[in-house]
Ligand binder design. Structure first.
Ligand SMILES: Cc1cc2nc3c(=O)[nH]c(=O)nc-3n(C[C@H](O)[C@H](O)[C@H](O)COP(=O)(O)OP(=O)(O)OC[C@H]3O[C@@H](n4cnc5c(N)ncnc54)[C@H](O)[C@@H]3O)c2cc1C
Length: 308
């Protein structure tokens, strides 16, 4: 579905060095990333809240193989929560957390390190009246992420998880996840996956998304419908009505900078709408996935060089 060369580039250290060094890249990145630092993230949160939007914050970073870097990411989340609380912005806010940024990929005891860090982040969020949701990364990490989720939920039951409709295993996973209080963010999936693990055609992914929506809306958990696709949003609303759910018994989610007008319109219509706000200097992988999702984004990026 997405451009597979761009998704491969998202994991290339050489291209990362090249692209992040280009001064012109910055202007395009700003469309998708709130800023390099905490202050920029807080400005974005305030503006979104002023428009009636909820937030989930992602301190950018992924795939770390360095234990101290994983701890630095954990500490960045703790600083974020403190800063939100100081400004009266913490209640109802959420943080999105990538386990690979908390050490999941460290050789040997990576999963245990990620669990320890995730528990520290979830505990700090809880102290401030916030929740966390675990992002889902490529399909090789799903078992480990669901394992960590179970352990974090044992102490912090409101912990959410992202589930990717494109994965063939997803309907089975959802059947275990649609219990009372279970917060599940349904996404289409942003990683390059083999045909053995994931649907490849957009139409198949969309059909899988609708099947998953049905399971979530008919289940007892809290569905978080994370998509910019107008068809998925319309279907989610219809399924919610059929299941007797009112706005707020589920929520919509979109990414910072994508269909911002629609985000405000849904909120103004009374829907619960949460915006995923990424911030931090390590924006490369996130940015490349956004380029891969939409050819027009790549064209915009390339034009910014030509038109100079
Ligand atoms: C809140 C949130 C959290 C997410 N977390 C994860 C996660 O943990 N793991 C994961 O694998 N994926 C995650 N994703 C990404 C997701 O998997 C998709 O790659 C992404 O949302 C695009 O799919 P779509 O549902 O919007 O539908 P698409 O069919 O891809 O897009 C529908 C329409 O939305 C608009 N659009 C979509 N993407 C872009 C873009 N990049 N730039 C501009 N316009 C765009 C276009 O108008 C497009 O026609 C997340 C997405 C959201 C919204």
């Amino acid at each position: 579905m997405a451009n597979s060369s761009l998704l491969a580039a998202a994991r290339s250290a050489r291209l990362r060095e090249l692209i992040t060094a280009l001064p012109l890249t910055r202007g395009v990145v700003d469309r998708f990333v709130a800023g390099d630092d905490l202050a920029a993230a807080l400005d974005a949160v305030r503006e979104l809240r002023d428009h009636g939007l909820r937030v989930t914050l992602d301190h950018l970073g992924e795939d770390t193989l360095d234990r101290s870097q994983a701890e630095a990411t954990r500490d960045a989340y703790l600083r974020l929560f403190g800063a939100l609380a100081d400004r009266g912005l913490a209640a109802g806010a959420e943080a999105s957390v990538k386990l690979s940024a908390l050490g999941q990929a460290l050789p040997g005891d990576g999963e245990a390190v990620a669990l320890e860090n995730a528990l520290a982040v979830a505990a700090a969020a809880d102290r401030h009246g916030m929740t966390i949701t675990l992002d889902m990364e490529d399909h090789t990490t799903v078992d480990s992420t669901l394992g960590v989720l179970g352990k974090v939920r044992a102490e912090f039951p409101a912990t959410g998880v992202a589930i990717q409709a494109m994965l063939r295993r997803t309907e089975g996973d959802l059947r275990d996840l649609v219990h009372d209080g279970s917060r599940v963010r349904l996404v289409k999936g942003a990683y390059a996956e083999p045909a053995s693990a994931a649907y490849q055609a957009k139409a198949d992914v969309d059909r899988a998304y609708v099947r998953a929506l049905r399971l979530l809306m008919d289940g007892d958990g809290y569905p978080m419908v994370a998509s910019h696709d107008p068809r998925m949003i319309a279907i989610a609303k219809a399924l919610a009505v059929r299941a007797g759910r009112a706005p707020g018994d589920y929520e919509f989610q979109m990414l910072y900078g994508i269909r911002a007008g629609e985000q405000r319109r849904l909120a103004a219509d009374g829907e619960a709408m949460r915006v995923y706000v990424p911030y931090g200097a390590d924006w490369y992988g996130y940015f490349m996935r956004r380029l891969a999702e939409r050819p027009a984004n790549l064209a915009f990026f390339l034009r910014s060089f030509v038109s100079r």
